[in-house]
Design a protein around this ligand. Structure first.
Ligand code: GL7
Length: 831
């Protein structure tokens, strides 16, 4: 440990905490400095890629002042911090977000404009940080943003995948995956911390410490180093800058010089390859669990490095470990980081020599757990033999956690052997499995679902016995939210300017309850006209984007009907495309005069399928095949167009969401835990066509049922329908049958390719109830069209919706977590 010489304090007294320099000359100088000194380019040969990098580095310099100040301040006042542990952070781009947070957008726009660049083009040079699959990963990013903006001392912890979410190409209508080499060019938004590195063990064997019951030495030769990279999360309207600490496997020390000298070049680097691969790739599964050994090791590397880091930081306070829960709250984002629980136990028992009871008390007061799904295929379970081999110490700890837990159950409910079997952390299957959701639940003081309906469902299903045993108070609801910074102010500048005008200032960006003011303007003709114009401009921007990414020309005057999300059977993109086929059929039956009276519509799809999810990939192929036929049909023209936008991403969402008239959130009732894009669409003045599922329900409650189009069966009816369909052939209505017929008649190419999709309805028990919901779905589409014909009413719906959406700001979610789960207070960072 090197000591800071006392002189340093004096010399650097005035360092950093001065105000951010905003004048054009200073900004220009810093951009040129980075261009020349960081990237060895000159103004004469600068292209837009260089301009992006130089500007991004110059913005980051300005961010660093606040970042240092934040961490210094939190340390100084011993602030309680929340640690959000997530295997996924779907961040997207950072440059524009940082410019907005620091309120430097106009300044940079001007400086870049002076040298002939347009800021929008420069922003487009940045690659997305796509370290997540979908909603769950994007939620984590919104949450750290809200922590930063609401002055909570919060850190995200995650993994720095070398390859993020795969790039989706569409070739001959099929999805083809390509690696996402996002780190190929310099990343201005991360800071390597070689000094923050922790050893993480795997395999090996245990030696009990003499005379101790729960203390072991874990001996192993397989030790990898996890090194930290820090990603700043700029808070808007505050000095507070959050941090996402991402771990990467360090491999240098694993190079085997002896093998190299002996000519075994592959052997020399073998250890490095084995280590590196741990943080190489994001598993591209959304709502599914694959049970791969590499994934388990990835999860452990993450948990171990994170817990070691949290403990190291805590120890600097000099306080006893029993006080850890007073200075740290750890939130588990789904079960993926659940190994943090036995890992903290290991540290406290083996390294710190605490007793079991002392350690367990600390653990259960520190951890809380969020469940994000009840889909059975997503439930994480690990075979006991696999866990025992890779993490022998943790397997032992899990056995003990389970033993003590089951003892407490037996005490309360003596002799209820079936209850013990159901509630055990170890499933008595062959081989035995560790049920990670149960481990997370037992080790946490609070468990929450992500929307009201979902939180109810988990209490009645997977955690039903836990409610009985541990009491109802432990199980709470925290409805998801999204960041108004990125999902309103960032992606929809024109609408945001109108809101600012209605509110009187920009404070709504950090306090969304203020959008209520929009209701005062709903009858103001001029305001309404500008509201529509903003939407129209966003639609034109999307039309241009679609033309450039797909070559398909669409009219911005059509109704934009959008379904963008991961491709999944439960999300029912299949039902959507069946309805498009039916619509096509109806249009073909009409006379030209009749067709001319129809509302022109562009049906837009985007989304990735997990690489191994065959059915989902066939759905993509069907959408593209249908699009090809319909878009080429001159008789139909602009009345119906179908677009599949490849490579859906956060950035694509930022184009799509502000441009939507109607968006579809049509999961079978009870299957979508919450959804978060539903919130984003409505916050941008779009209208929802959806099922009575997830957060759709609460959105309807907030904005009023006249503002939302609901259809389909209800969650409590699903069980009976499924039961019926197990024993009875589904009966498609005429419309659905028409869609099947058209496919089978080879209207969209070889119908045989798509027969398995039809069979999933007709012969597979129709698990997602397409045949049940289709009639009301078609009805709902008609209702949408009728409403859209009345543009005056439509604009009213749009304005009222936004005005009533305050609940769905992630700032509200985070405040609830802070007060009811984490017990932390905002800390205003000052000099
Ligand atoms: C998800 C849910 O499916 C989604 O409905 C929810 O909005 C999101 C965030 O809570 O979490 N669960 C899950 O495993 N994934 C999700 O997106 C991948």
């Amino acid at each position: 440990q090197s000591k800071t010489p006392s002189k340093i304090d004096n010399v650097f007294q005035n360092y950093s905490h001065s105000e951010i320099s905003r004048d054009a000359a200073t900004i220009k100088n810093s951009v040129v400095m980075h261009l020349t000194a960081t990237f060895l380019r000159t103004p004469a040969n600068m292209d837009s890629g260089d301009a992006y990098l130089a500007s991004a580095f110059s913005v980051r310099d300005r961010l660093l002042q606040r970042w240092n100040m934040t961490n210094e301040y939190h340390d100084r006042v011993n602030a309680k911090r929340v640690y959000y542990m997530s295997l996924e952070f779907l961040i997207g781009r950072t440059f524009d977000n940082a410019l907005l947070a620091l309120e430097l957008r106009n300044e940079y726009s001007k400086v870049l404009g002076d040298v002939g660049f347009c800021l929008e083009d420069i922003i487009d040079e940045e690659r997305d940080a796509a370290l997540g699959n979908g909603g769950l990963g994007r939620l984590a990013a919104c949450y750290v943003d809200s922590m930063a903006c609401s002055d909570y001392p919060g850190w995200g912890y995650g993994l720095r995948y070398k390859y993020g979410m795969f790039q989706q190409q569409i070739i001959d209508g099929y999805q083809v995956e390509a690696p996402d080499c996002w780190l190929d060019s310099p990343n201005p938004w991360e800071f390597p911390r070689p000094d923050v590195t922790y050893p993480v063990k795997f395999y090996g064997h245990l030696v009990r410490v003499p005379d101790s019951k729960h203390r072991f030495t874990w001996e192993s030769n397989v030790v990898y180093d996890a090194m930290a990279f820090d990603v700043p999360v700029p808070g808007y309207g505050t000095n507070n800058v959050g941090n996402i600490r991402l771990w990467s496997c360090k491999t240098n020390s694993l190079f085997d010089l002896n093998k190299f000298n002996a000519g075994d070049y592959a052997g020399a680097t073998g250890g490095q390859v084995a280590a590196q691969i741990l943080t190489d790739v994001l598993y591209p599964n959304d709502n599914t669990n694959e049970g791969k050994e590499l994934r388990l090791r990835q999860e452990y590397l993450f948990c171990s490095a994170t817990l070691q880091d949290i403990i190291a930081r805590f120890k600097k306070t000099g306080k006893p470990l029993s006080e850890l829960p007073d200075l740290a709250a750890i939130q588990l984002n789904d079960t993926h980081p659940t190994l943090g629980i036995p890992e903290l136990m290991r540290i406290l028992l083996d390294d710190e020599a605490l007793t079991w009871d002392e350690a367990w008390s600390i653990v259960t007061r520190t951890f809380a757990f969020t469940n994000h799904t009840i889909l059975p295929e997503a439930m994480e379970k690990w075979p006991v033999p696999m866990m025992d081999k890779i993490l022998p110490r943790h397997m032992g700890i899990i056995y003990d956690i389970n033993l003590y837990f089951l003892q407490s159950v037996e005490e309360k409910f003596p002799g209820d052997r079936d209850l013990l079997r159901r509630i055990s952390i170890i499933e008595e299957s062959n081989p035995q499995q560790v049920r990670m959701a149960f481990l997370a639940c037992v080790g946490s003081h609070k468990v929450n679902g992500v929307a009201a309906i979902h939180s109810d469902i988990i209490k009645q299903s997977i955690f039903n016995d836990f409610v009985t045993v541990q009491g109802e108070d432990k199980f709470i609801n925290k409805t998801n939210g999204v960041s108004p910074r990125r999902w309103m102010n960032g992606c929809n500048p024109d609408m945001s300017a109108l809101i600012t005008e209605a509110v009187g200032d920009r404070t709504w960006i950090n306090d969304l309850t203020k959008v209520k003011k929009l209701e005062d303007h709903v009858a103001d003709d001029d305001f309404r006209a500008r509201w529509s114009a903003a939407k129209q401009k966003n639609k034109q921007r999307l039309a241009d984007y679609i033309l450039s990414t797909t070559g398909i020309k669409i009219s911005a005057d059509a109704l934009f009907d959008v379904q963008v999300q991961r491709i999944h059977e439960y999300k029912r993109q299949l039902m959507n495309i069946f309805s498009v086929i039916y619509r096509y059929h109806c249009l073909k039956q009409m006379t030209p005069a009749e067709r001319a009276k129809e509302i022109s519509r562009v049906v837009i799809f985007a989304g990735k399928a997990a690489a191994g999810y065959w059915v989902a990939k066939q759905v993509i192929k069907l959408i593209n095949s249908v699009a090809e036929v319909i878009n080429a049909d001159a008789e139909i023209g602009d009345v119906l167009k179908v677009v599949f936008i490849p490579d859906y991403s956060v950035t694509a969402a930022e184009y799509l969401i502000p441009a939507s008239d109607i968006s579809q959130h049509i999961s079978t009732a009870g299957t979508e835990a919450s959804g978060t894009s539903n919130m984003k669409f409505v916050l941008n003045g779009g209208i929802i066509l959806g099922t009575v599922d997830g957060a759709n329900i609460e959105i309807g409650e907030e904005i009023g049922e006249e503002q939302i189009f609901f259809f389909g069966c209800l969650a409590h009816e699903v069980g009976d329908f499924r039961h019926y369909l197990r024993f009875h052939q589904p009966k498609p209505d005429e419309a659905l049958q028409t869609a099947f017929d058209l496919i089978q008649n080879n209207t969209f190419g070889d119908g045989a390719i798509f027969q398995p999709l039809i069979d999933s309805v007709l012969r597979g028990g129709d698990v997602y109830l397409l045949s049940v919901d289709f009639p009301s779905y078609i009805q709902a589409h008609k209702a949408v069209e009728d409403a859209y014909r009345n543009q005056e009413e439509w604009v009213t719906k749009s304005i009222l919706s936004v005005a009533r959406m305050a609940k769905f700001s992630s700032d509200r979610s985070i405040q609830e977590y802070a007060e009811e789960v984490w017990n932390i207070e905002p800390v205003r960072v000052t000099n």
